[in-house]
Design a binder for this molecule. Structure first.
Ligand code: SF4
Length: 325
């Protein structure tokens, strides 16, 4: 069977922050300016700062036109890597805003915001959700493993400059990792940076889904809640929160993933390729199935493979029996 590329538009999927989110994947799996140790998509295979039209703009717009009838809460530019690497990002956002009243969100690692043309394009969106994961340059290099052209100084300069130039909603995500950035002194430093950056909200997260590197440890929920109070105003904890509405809207995808995993353990990328889904969409379904105790992530040779649990097998056998009798 000939392999077909997944389409750039996926969902709507359940998003902790954006409700029913229609995702647009603007770069191939996995193209990013970072290679974060906590990345739920696995290790970066194309680390770059080159901006190009990775997917034809016309193809993205054509596909989106057909999907808007699902009335999403947001159109979210994100996906299998860093969306600001898409060279026609500004044009895409302008076209979307002419086509629909659905707000456009950009989920970015923020690494290219030190470049003014990138900021000008991103600032066309209704909501921008950049990230700051490290309190200093040393931890930035360790956690985000950036492309050599990106420095911590450039990152924070870009985050501050965006706030000065962008009047829309600016939600800064801070990912805390046990053993690296979750000590009070480190969180205090991060809180100082957020005071300088001045986002509308700070949202605290941790590595709740299987990370690229097993040493990227999650911070327990009760500790995250304490650390959130060190920000001014207190940060919102977004780790672990689930929006069940959209997940329940696509039960067939969850069943297809379970059927595939029953046959053999797969990585996120294997599932995405096998079922023609976007990796980001697969990650969300796997997170729901994992929360229900139906799949389990197991690390092997530096990759996370998902397999079904005994509970999922028992449920499948039960449904087969009920069909037989
Ligand atoms: S977490 Fe985001 S920024 Fe980091 S490597 Fe993965 S896709 Fe890139």
């Amino acid at each position: 069977m000939k392999y077909q590329r997944p389409q750039p538009v996926f969902g709507p999927v359940s998003s902790r922050r954006l409700g029913r989110s229609l995702g647009v994947d603007l770069v191939p799996f996995k193209t990013c300016s970072y290679d974060c140790i906590y990345c739920q998509l696995g290790r970066t295979t194309c680390k770059t700062v080159e901006r190009k039209e990775w997917v034809p703009l016309d193809a993205v717009l054509d596909e989106l036109k057909g999907k808007l009838a699902c009335r999403p809460d947001y159109i979210t530019l994100s996906g299998s890597g860093e969306p600001t690497l898409y060279s026609r990002l500004g044009e895409l956002i302008a076209h979307l805003q002419a086509m629909t009243a659905v707000p456009v969100a950009v989920l970015t690692n923020g690494s290219l915001l030190w470049q003014k043309p990138v900021r000008e394009e991103v600032a066309l969106a209704d909501v921008v959700l950049p990230s700051l994961d490290a309190p200093d340059a040393e931890r930035f290099d360790f956690i985000n493993r950036p492309h050599r052209e990106i420095t911590f100084e450039r990152l924070v300069d870009g985050l501050e400059a965006l706030r000065r130039e962008f009047s829309g909603q600016y939600w800064l995500e801070v990912m805390l990792l046990g053993g690296y950035t979750a000590l009070p002194a480190q969180v205090r430093q991060l809180a100082d940076w957020t005071r300088r950056i001045r986002p509308d909200q700070v949202q605290l997260n941790t590595a709740v889904r299987p990370p690229a590197e097993e040493y990227a440890m999650a911070v327990p929920p009760e500790r995250l809640a304490e650390l959130a109070r060190m920000f001014e105003p207190p940060a919102e904890v977004i780790a672990g929160g689930r929006n069940r509405r959209a997940a329940a809207a696509s039960p067939l995808s969850g069943q297809a993933i379970l059927a595939l995993l029953r046959r053999r353990p797969c990585t996120v990328e294997h599932v995405a390729q096998g079922l023609l889904m976007k990796p980001a969409e697969v990650v969300k379904f796997l997170a729901d199935l994992e929360a229900q105790g139906r799949v389990l992530g197991v690390r092997r040779d530096g990759q996370v493979f998902y397999r079904t649990t005994a509970r999922a097998s028992a449920a499948a056998a039960c449904s087969r029996r009920s069909r037989t009798f």
